[in-house]
Design a protein around this ligand. Structure first.
Ligand code: FAD
Ligand code: SIN
Length: 544
């Protein structure tokens, strides 16, 4: 094994223990590099473990890199970076093989490529989604966590939350090329902020779905990495493109449960609630919106549902899978079948009430295809990033693939990079702050922000609503910054600070786009411009 980690040198710090973070960590560790991985909640929490449908693998004899690139571009509505799409598609088979080698139990099919069953989702021309029934993310995450726990080069720090990046600015020195030297991180159980020097820092913190009132995302999705990189002066791109998944379960006891697109891939259809009393599901409506019907890209399906709900004044529509039969549903969708049954919905006998909900952050920290961000020593991978792959709308199951492909190239880039000697970094200074008196201010601001994003910056937007949202977000930010400057940090406060920062980035990006494209639909600019570019926001570093 190549020895890359001289004793005493600081480790690589990976912020995030989802698929992106664990992929980087396992590749680095396999080459002898020590890695510290932080997870701000339990190690199992994050979007990865919640992924259902699967991960793209260009594996079938009826498939090709060209076909996958084309589907990614079609979904991405003209803003996909072709080089990124091609690079990631070309490495998809290798990514699946690596996951299989890590012990991921994908659903088998003896006649399928690599012995795997491939399913289909919206926007894909062919079956190319490798999956573990309808709990693919859990299967992947458990396998990688097992590997990481067994690897002596990996240290997993649970309930440690990165607060901010340590950069040249903290050292108060003029660097010709500004650098990232580590992170400040809150040890949540000890309630202490520690200084973690690093050979390199990798932000693998996931998306920002929690900025919306209704989301399929877990509590970890508060955009921490995006906000940290932005505060450190990195570019952030395409934040207006928030993907709303068309089918989140509509149920008072279960607000964030996804009903996988693979169910539509296998034939489930969307219906209006205009049937008979006792059986209120009525007419199928997607064929009237798009020739691909239920398998049109997500932006189209989500907007169609939003349109029908508003037109008919209803709280949800129905997803009917009853014709697929109980045996098939139990075999292919055991998680959804069991969860719905526990809520009194037998999906083999009755349709499922569904609504769109915020699902995926297509933009994020601008990186190259090795995860390099704008600051030397800083990398980002996974949903926290913008690589150009997703354009204006992500194609289903491309996200897990991006984590694995870029996770590996990122590890290679870190090892190939020159290791800069870490100067002594200053400890976190709490001498001027006190413990917060009223936590209720934080929870009120959380609620207000999420509701205003849902109402003013949702599936269909107007300039007036975006401007109102920006005005209110700025007021909230001033209040939250003031709180941050005067009180000891807690996870809730740090997350709120990051959420409000990301909310501002989303709205500012949306206001810059004077057209409707992909996931961004504006009533004031309903047309798609003939030529368009990613929205890139730039700022100079400011005091954290
Ligand atoms: P995550 O898996 O979200 O991990 C983020 C990690 O960062 C967590 O460990 C978290 O604790 C940690 N973290 C965050 N902030 C901090 C901080 N400040 N300090 C320390 N740690 C921090 N995509 C697909 O391709 N196929 C699918 O089938 C699919 N299904 C999905 C279903 C659902 C319900 C959801 C929500 C998403 C789905 N997606 C799917 C999207 C995909 O799951 C995610 O995009 C992907 O898992 C993101 O991986 P990640 O490693 O970037 O982030
Ligand atoms: C799903 O299973 O519908 C989610 C797939 C994805 O987000 O890629």
């Amino acid at each position: 094994m190549q020895q890359v980690d001289p004793a005493g040198a600081p480790p690589v710090v990976v912020v995030g223990a989802g698929l992106a973070g664990l992929t980087v960590a396992l590749h680095l560790a396999s080459l002898g590099q020590r890695v510290t991985v932080l997870a701000k909640r339990s190690l199992g929490e994050g979007a990865t473990a919640w992924a259902q449908g699967g991960i793209v693998g260009v594996l079938g004899t009826d498939d090709s890199v060209e076909s996958h690139v084309r589907d990614t571009q079609d979904a991405g509505a003209g803003l996909v970076d072709e080089q990124a799409a091609r690079f990631i598609a070309e490495h998809s088979a290798e990514a699946i093989e690596w996951l299989v080698a890590q012990g991921v139990p994908f659903s088998p099919d003896p006649t399928g490529p690599l012995g795997l069953h491939l399913t289909r989702e919206g926007g894909h021309a062919v079956r190319r989604i490798a999956h573990a029934a309808d709990a693919t993310g859990k299967a992947i995450h458990e396998a990688l966590l097992t590997q990481a726990k067994a690897n002596p080069n990996v240290t997993l720090l649970e309930r440690w939350m990165a607060v901010d990046l340590i950069t040249s600015r903290h050292l108060k020195r003029e660097d010709p090329s500004p650098h990232c030297y580590g992170v400040y991180a809150l040890d949540i159980d000890q309630q202490r902020v520690e200084t973690l020097p690093a050979r390199a820092v990798v932000l693998a913190t996931g998306g920002v779905g929690k900025v919306y009132r209704y989301t399929t995302n877990p509590d970890t999705a508060t955009g921490d990495g995006i906000a940290m990189a932005w505060r450190a002066g990195c570019r952030v791109a395409n934040m207006e493109f928030i993907q709303f998944h068309p089918t989140c379960l509509y149920h008072p006891q279960e607000r964030s449960f996804l009903i996988t697109e693979a169910l539509r891939g296998e034939g489930a259809v969307l219906k209006l609630p205009n049937g008979q009393p006792g059986a209120p599901w009525g007419t199928r409506f997607m064929p009237a919106h798009d020739e691909r019907a239920e398998l049109a890209p997500r932006d189209i399906v989500a907007r169609a549902i939003d349109f029908e709900m508003k037109k008919h004044g209803v709280d949800h529509v129905w997803l009917d899978a009853t014709h697929l039969g109980e045996a098939f549903l139990k075999e292919h969708f055991p998680t959804i079948h069991a969860r719905c049954l526990s809520l009194g919905i037998d999906i083999a006998r009755q349709p499922i009430p569904v609504v769109p909900a915020a699902h995926y952050t297509c933009g994020g920290v601008a990186t190259d295809l090795s995860g390099r961000a704008d600051l030397a020593g800083l990398y980002a991978v996974g949903e926290a990033t913008y690589t150009g792959l997703h354009g204006a709308n992500r194609l289903a199951s491309n996200s897990l693939l991006e984590c694995v492909v870029i996770g590996r190239t990122c590890a290679e880039a870190i090892l190939a990079g020159t290791s800069v000697a870490t100067p002594p970094v200053p400890a976190w200074d709490e001498s001027l702050v006190e413990s917060a008196d009223e936590q209720v201010v934080i929870s009120h601001n959380w609620d207000e922000l999420r509701l205003l994003m849902w109402n003013y910056v949702g599936i269909v937007r107007t300039t007036k609503r975006l401007e109102r949202a920006l005005h209110r977000i700025k007021l909230l930010r001033t209040e939250i910054d003031d709180y941050y400057a005067n009180f000891r940090v807690t996870r809730d406060l740090l997350e709120l600070r990051n959420l409000v920062g990301c909310a501002e980035l989303i709205v500012r990006s949306a206001l810059k786009r004077h057209e409707s494209r992909g996931l961004h639909f504006s009533r004031d600019f309903p047309h798609t411009l003939p030529v368009s570019f990613p929205t890139v926001l730039t700022r100079r570093a400011r005091s954290a």
